[in-house]
Design a protein around this ligand. Sequence first.
Ligand SMILES: [Zn+2]
Length: 237
Amino acid sequence: MEPESKQPDAASSPAKRKRAEFEDDDIEVLVGTEQARFVVHKHIICERSTFFHSACSQRWMEEKRAIELVDDDPNTFNTYLKLVYGGGLRAIDPQKPFLEYIRLYSMADRFGDLDAANAAIDGIIQFSDQEHQVPNRGLVRLAMLSSSAHSPLQRLMIDFYVREISEVSIDNLEEDNVLPKEFLAAVVKEFVRIARAGNVANGLWKELSTCASEKPKCYYHQHNDRFPACEDATRPK
Ligand SMILES: [Zn+2]
């Protein structure tokens, strides 16, 4: 979706047809310092996002139509809207997927849209598995600082560094000012947990030695009554 335009396929979506009696369903979202303008269907985005649900209630009471997201990136919001309107994650830039998935996760996390956060996690795991790469230190820093504490994204970053990096440089770690202290502490704790598990017969060993792409589908997902678990959750992806 481009700024200044409504989703072209939105009018034919089941949700739109169901509530076609509402003519006043558009809201305006102004994103970033440049105030890139997006027009979206209120009921579609509010159904997905607790943030928008709350913001719309307040704004509607004040009879305003615009919601401002000054600190957000228009490209990330564009990616988010594509996902919300059923377009999947094709808007992700293949040149920098980790960065875009992490930004999308951070936005979805704040919006309270667990489906979008789960989709971003799946994207990171899939790309990592395909390309045999993990996010670099700068991306780990972004992931740690832009998502809530102990979030699935933070757990994934820690697991990548503990289980999937063949060679971790510990030179000059004392002077590392990129990786947050909380991240380094979590990595150390995880290594200690592995060391204590010791015995290969221990069931914990299997969990500790399984990489992200081999874990059950919902391992890094968040679900609740509003966002129920994936149907094939028990099977590896
Ligand atoms: Zn799931």
